[in-house]
Design a binder for this molecule. Structure first.
Ligand SMILES: *Cc1c(COP(=O)(O)O)cnc(C)c1O
Length: 218
C-alpha cells in the first residue's frame, strides 16, 4: 500500500471533523512531501534535532502546521516553542511554567495539550488525575500558554474495552476541568495507529498516526 492509499483508507473511516496528524519521526522528507501533496497539513515530530533538519528542507511548505509530541527537555524547550505551532506533550507543571516564561519573553503563544496518564505506565510521562487537579490553579495562571486540551498515550497490550474505558476517562476529565476551571479543554489528542478508531469513537479531536500511514519505523 502506498501513502496515498493508506490516507484514503483512514480518511474514509473517520469524520472530517477529526484532525489527522501525520507522525513522521524517523521518516523521510520525501514521505512528508507525499502526504503533503495528498493534502495533509498537520505533521508531528518527537525529536527536536531531527525535526529541525526536516523543517529546513521544507521551508517552502509554509502552510504546514507542526506538532511536537515528544518529551520536552528544558534545554530544548525554546527550540520547540520557536518551531512548533502545537506542543501536545506538556507533561508537568514545571515544564508548563517554563514554557510560559519563555512565551512571555518571545511573544509566541503556543497551543498546548496537557499530557495525562490515567493508567500506570512506567514508560510514559504525564499527570495522573489527582496531580492534575492539584496543579490546576497554577496552570490556569499561565497566561502566555493557550492550553487547549488533553493528550494521552495508552500503555501497550490493553484490550479494546480497556482502551475505550481509558479514552472515555480522558474525555470526561477534560469536560470536568472545563466546567470547574477557566481552562477550555476542547481538544482530545488521543489515538495512534493501533487504537485510533476506538479513540475517535470516544471523541478524539486529533489523532496522531505514523505506522499506519508510512509503514513500520526502523
Ligand atoms: C510515535 C508516536 C505516535 C505514532 O505512533 P504510531 O503507532 O506509529 O501511529 C503517536 N503519538 C506519539 C506521542 C508518538 O510518539
Amino acid at each position: 500500500m502506498t501513502i496515498t492509499e493508506n490516507l484514503d483508507k483512514i480518511l474514509g473511516q473517520i469524520p472530517s471533523s477529526v484532525r489527522l496528524i501525520a507522525v513522521t519521526k524517523k521518516k523521510s522528507v520525501a514521505a512528508i512531501k507525499e502526504a503533503y501533496d495528498y493534502g495533509i497539513r498537520d505533521f508531528a515530530e518527537s525529536r527536536i534535532q531531527e525535526a529541525l533538519l526536516k523543517q529546513e528542507q521544507l521551508q517552502e511548505y509554509q502552510d504546514i502546521c507542526w506538532h511536537f509530541i515528544g518529551h520536552v527537555q528544558t534545554n530544548k524547550a525554546k527550540k520547540v516553542l520557536e518551531n512548533f505551532h502545537w506542543i501536545h506533550s506538556v507533561d508537568s507543571l514545571k515544564l508548563a511554567e517554563y514554557l510560559d516564561k519563555l512565551a512571555s519573553k518571545t511573544s509566541i503563544s503556543p497551543h498546548i495539550c496537557l499530557q495525562v496518564k490515567l493508567l500506570t505506565d512506567p514508560n510514559k510521562y504525564g499527570w495522573d488525575m489527582i496531580e492534575l487537579w492539584q496543579d490546576l490553579s497554577h496552570l490556569e495562571s499561565l497566561k502566555h500558554l493557550k492550553i487547549k486540551g488533553l493528550m494521552t498515550i495508552l500503555p501497550l497490550g490493553l484490550s479494546e474495552d480497556e482502551c475505550l474505558e481509558t479514552f472515555d476517562k480522558v474525555k470526561k476529565l477534560a469536560k470536568k476541568i472545563t466546567e470547574k476551571s477557566s481552562l477550555q479543554l476542547e481538544e482530545l489528542s488521543m489515538g495512534m495507529s493501533n487504537d485510533y478508531l476506538l479513540a475517535v469513537e470516544k471523541g478524539a479531536t486529533m489523532i496522531r498516526l505514523g505506522t499506519i500511514i508510512f509503514g513500520e519505523r526502523n
